[in-house]
Design a protein around this ligand. Structure first.
Ligand code: 5GP
Length: 204
């Protein structure tokens, strides 16, 4: 029996550059994982192709997919549905290939519940880690702006605790290198590798 692939989930706060990082990873010729193309009800942007960038669906079609349990996760984001097709993910993992999802945080939370042993990577803007210090020490903003930014920063930092790794998106190439290294390391994790060796010894 083939060993199952790894489910890799890239998520993070809105506007952090998840899409850019994902596109850069998949433009590299030696990328070995499969991108799971999402479904969405939003209109295609110029240059986007159905079945390549997204599967573009009507709201009715999307809601019917929800009802038929065809989505591994879904979320409503800025007035549109986004979701991951469950059959594609399961079949690809079964075939032994790694699957890569690039999704927003509500969806990532749902995937964590269904695939607790997936690899969850949280992409952060470079300033996030310093944001609090900077906001406070700078002291130039009006109090309500500071408070707002602190609330957002706090919510974003709290979202981290669902994830296994945090990657700073300071430069796209560096962020991609870090993600690729994390995936390599994850494949070497003892708890993932051990069953293979146990089976080997049992077969002796
Ligand atoms: P955009 O409309 O800019 O392509 O994507 C908007 C947001 O939806 C991004 O944060 C993107 O990561 C997220 N997204 C894309 N596909 C999915 C999906 O299948 N599920 C969820 N939950 N979010 C998605």
């Amino acid at each position: 029996m083939k060993e199952k692939g790894l489910l890799i989930v890239l998520s993070g706060p809105s506007g952090v550059g998840k899409g850019t990082v994902r596109k850069e990873i998949f433009s590299q010729p030696d990328t070995a994982f499969e991108y799971s193309i999402s479904m969405t009800t939003r209109q295609p942007r110029e240059g986007e192709v159905d079945g390549v960038d997204y599967f573009f669906k009507s709201r009715k079609e999307f809601e019917s997919l929800i009802q038929q349990d065809k989505l591994l996760e879904y979320a409503e984001f800025v007035g549109n549905y986004y979701g991951t097709p469950v059959d594609y993910v399961k079949e690809t993992l079964e075939s032994g290939k790694d699957v890569f999802l690039e999704i927003e945080v509500q969806g990532a939370r749902q995937v964590r519940e269904k695939f607790p042993d997936g690899l969850f990577i949280f992409l952060v803007p470079p300033s996030l880690l310093e944001l609090k210090n900077r906001i406070v020490t700078r002291g130039t903003e009006p109090a309500h702006v500071i408070n707002n930014r602190m609330t957002v920063a706090k919510e974003e930092i709290e979202m981290m605790n669902l994830y296994d790794y945090v990657v700073e998106n300071d430069q796209v190439e560096l962020a991609c290198d870090r993600i690729n290294s994390i995936v390599v390391a994850e494949h070497c994790r003892r708890t993932r590798v051990e069953p293979r060796y146990i089976k080997m010894l049992e077969a002796e």
